[in-house]
Write a protein that binds this ligand. Structure first.
Ligand SMILES: *[C@@H]1O[C@H](CO)[C@@H](O)[C@H](O)[C@H]1NC(C)=O
Ligand SMILES: *[C@@H]1O[C@H](CO)[C@@H](O)[C@H](O)[C@H]1NC(C)=O
Length: 386
């Protein structure tokens, strides 16, 4: 009996071993196959859950049912690491010289080194536009890849479409790819080094706000009345806006938000009747419906282009820090270049505080048009000389 048992074992054991090896080989092989299939399908399913893939239509924009991009942009998808912020710059399609100034002031590759990227928001060229063609815009896109163009016609009364187009693009294309969104106009001077430092500190000092869906920071305009003077470009009829005052809103000159907040604004905007003054509408009327508070940084801004001009002068000559970080360029496209090229050294501790005796107000211009970022209300304020 014992002998027969051993003989049986000597046959059964190798058999068992062979069977086990076979099973493990087959199962490994099968798993490899399923892995392959999984890998093939992964990009597709990932894209469908995130945002429309390239070439897919972006869907209606507010009540523009046939909205599409004339020039799409996938810049955020191409970033090789998470960005600190994406800059969306409202730009009239014909302002190619102004966009060139932005690129000369700070290039996309230098922005990339700082964890930033920039796109310009354009609409369709109006028929009356004689100085630039769509073919030129297409070649500008080939060269720089930083345009996003919608198919509605350029008009200051269409800025709300452009603004929502930009926020929607940033909120979907850059979700999980950029921590912050900076919205600005193409005629604004801005200290990108200051903004970067602010955003980095915000992540550390106020992480809940930084990642919340209630981040809106910038120049707060409190309870402004609509302009009821028909001669003004920003004249608003009572049909367009019946109330005496606007809710507090952020100047569209430059403000900071993030994808979570932007996507709420975009979703709510779709259910809010459109008002053509874009910053008042989105960061005022639409924002109020969501109960999002505003972060006030009014002291960053100079409404006075001459002050920024004087800042450049004093940066060059004395390396004085500029007390302002943003403001209009006063129709001087080159001022942004001068400003950014000179202000950078202050972030390498090569600048000093401006002495109280040489304040901008005292040393700058005798009189300047103080533009309030409130759509064309220009007040001439005499500024005292020493
Ligand atoms: C969209 O709404 C605006 C504002 O109410 C209106 O003036 C415009 O005609 C509408 N456009 C379309 C395409 O429905
Ligand atoms: C706005 O865009 C629409 C769609 O392209 C266009 O028909 C209209 O003329 C533009 N301007 C205004 C003021 O609505």
């Amino acid at each position: 009996m014992r002998m027969r048992g051993r003989k049986l074992l000597s046959i059964v054991l190798p058999l068992l071993l062979i069977i086990i090896l076979c099973i493990s080989y087959i199962s490994n092989h099968l798993r490899d196959n399923t892995d392959d299939e999984f890998l093939i399908h992964l990009p597709e399913s990932d894209a469908s859950t995130a945002a429309p893939a390239q070439g897919q239509r972006p869907g209606p924009l507010l009540n523009l049912t046939d909205f599409d991009y004339l020039l799409p942009n996938d810049l955020c998808r191409r970033a090789d690491r998470e960005l600190l912020a994406v800059l969306i710059v409202t730009s009239y399609a014909g302002h190619d010289a102004l966009r060139a100034a932005h690129r000369q002031a700070i290039s996309q590759s230098k922005l990339a080194e700082m964890g930033l990227q920039r796109i310009f928001l354009l609409a369709k060229l109006p028929v009356r536009e004689l100085f630039i063609t769509q073919a030129q815009l297409a070649s500008e896109q080939d060269r720089f890849g930083d345009l996003l163009q919608g198919n509605f016609v350029e008009d200051y009364r269409n800025l709300s479409y452009k603004h929502v187009m930009g926020l929607r693009w940033a909120a979907t294309e850059c979700q999980h790819r950029a921590k912050f969104i900076i919205k600005l106009d193409d005629d604004i001077i801005y200290d990108i080094f200051h903004l970067r430092r602010y955003l980095e500190s915000l992540e550390v000092a106020q992480p809940t706000l930084a990642t919340s869906n209630t981040l809106l920071a910038g120049y707060v305009l409190d309870a402004k009345p609509p302009i009821r003077n028909q001669a003004n470009k920003w004249y608003v009829t009572r049909q367009e806006y019946p109330h005496a005052l606007y809710p507090a809103y952020l100047s569209g000159w430059l403000y900071i938000t993030n994808a979570a907040t932007a996507s709420r604004l975009v979703a709510e905007a779709a259910h809010t009747s459109i008002f053509w003054i874009d910053d008042t509408w989105l960061t005022g009327i639409v924002r109020t419906r969501l109960g999002i508070p505003l972060e006030r940084h009014n002291d960053w801004y100079s409404a006075n282009a001459e002050f920024l001009d004087c800042c450049v002068r004093d940066l060059k000559q004395w390396s004085y820090e500029c007390e302002f970080y943003a403001g209009p360029n006063g129709a001087d496209a080159k001022l942004l270049i001068e400003f950014l090229h000179n202000v950078e050294k202050c972030y390498f501790d090569e600048c000093s505080k401006r002495p109280a005796s040489k304040s901008l107000k005292q040393t700058c211009v005798a009189s300047a048009k103080a533009l309030v970022p409130d759509h064309g209300v220009a007040v001439v304020q005499p500024i005292k000389l020493r």
